[in-house]
Design a protein around this ligand. Structure first.
Ligand code: TXA
Ligand code: MG
Length: 331
């Protein structure tokens, strides 16, 4: 099948609506990364997403809805703190996990009794979700374990000929996936770090925990158990104080005739004159924004991508660090 890449228009939304009603998938822009969406109520449509991505059957999907959708039909026992958080951060890059009412296909949550719900702020996503007016199950629109897509071209490269439509909204500003927050307990708990940070959530909800899976335990957010976001070239990962070791590896690769490239923040890039560097920038937000774009570029241009981990912690750095350690195979 040909893959059409279209901006939002009356015609493209009509087509998207028709495809979704036929159980097909539609890729769409969000403010974080592109999603690969299908009707969350349909077993067949949801199974199709898993098949296309080659996604493990125990990694649940997020249900996406527009901002006026009544989520009380999908989930219940919404705690008071979650209502405050929704008011403060939605629409936006925050996914909230609640007890499910069982109205969507059980394949969405892979048999869990909970459902992750997200209200994206991207105008393209909102227009799409409003046009279809059903909950849309959507993982990131990349082949499982590959780098998440932040442009329509990234989606096209992973899925050309296999999906009918990409709703193009330009480059995703946020750049890393939404924060996944467990809202089934007394206090909220972060399952996946993202642009809505622990500090931001605690300032509204009073407190916010971060889930750390214990050894041998079934992880609460199964997606966090896999190596992810992996570029298709060789990689290496160093702490900031290992700069000299990293430089030696760079030179060795160059002498072998390869094209090594550093992957690091601007402060470190300045210490590497004459070297190829993919510069992640100066703040957590800037690094999140550039991360996947530069990983895609790195895998195209380098034989060896050498990441030097940023020094800072907290805020958006936590989300960036989580993606870096997993892309570079440290988990
Ligand atoms: O920004 C995003 O969240 C993007 C865009 C497309 O919306 N979507 C995305 O989906 O990143 P995906 O499938 O790549 O990641 C979903 C994450 C996984 O880590 C999964 O384990 C977790 O959400 N998740 C989904 N349902 C869950 C549930 N019921 N309980 C706990 N974790 C859940
Ligand atoms: Mg993903």
């Amino acid at each position: 099948m040909t893959t059409q890449i279209l901006g939002v228009s009356e015609a493209s939304l009509r087509l998207a609506k028709q495809l979704i009603s036929e159980g097909e998938v539609v890729a769409f822009h969000t403010e974080t990364v592109y999603g690969l969406g299908a009707d969350a109520r349909s077993d067949k449509a949801v199974r199709h997403i898993f098949e296309l991505k080659g996604r493990p059957q125990n990694n649940p999907l997020i249900a996406h809805v527009h901002k006026d959708f009544d989520i009380s039909s999908l989930v219940d026992n919404i705690p008071a703190y979650a209502k405050k958080l929704a008011k403060a951060f939605l629409p936006g890059p925050l996914t909230m996990v609640y007890p499910s009412t069982g109205k969507v296909s059980p394949l969405v949550s892979c048999g869990l009794q909970t459902l992750a719900v997200r209200v994206p702020s991207s105008p393209t996503a909102q227009a799409f979700l409003r046009a279809v007016n059903v909950p849309i199950a959507a993982p990131s629109a990349n082949v499982s374990k590959h780098i998440s897509p932040v442009t329509a071209r990234h989606v096209y490269e992973d899925f050309q000929w296999r999906i009918p439509l990409i709703l193009d909204g330009g480059r995703c500003e946020g750049g890393i996936e939404s924060t996944v927050l467990d809202c089934t307990g007394e206090t909220p708990q972060i399952l996946r770090a993202g642009l809505v940070t622990q500090e931001m959530i605690a300032s509204v909800a009073g407190s916010c925990g971060v889930y750390v899976p214990q050894k041998g335990e079934q992880p609460k957010s199964p997606g966090m158990a896999y190596k992810h976001y992996a570029p298709q070239c060789r990689t290496a990962f160093f702490a900031p104080e290992e700069l000299e070791k990293a430089r030696a590896l760079y030179l060795e690769e160059e002498q072998k005739g390869g094209t090594p490239c550093f992957f690091c923040e601007e402060a470190l890039a300045r210490l590497l004159p004459g070297c190829r560097v993919l510069n992640l920038g100066r703040s957590g937000e800037e690094m999140a924004n550039r991360l996947y774009e530069l990983l895609h570029r790195g895998e195209e241009e380098a034989t060896l991508l050498i990441c030097i981990c940023p020094k800072e912690r907290g805020g958006v750095y936590e989300g960036v660090l989580n993606r870096l350690t997993r892309a570079f195979g440290r988990e």
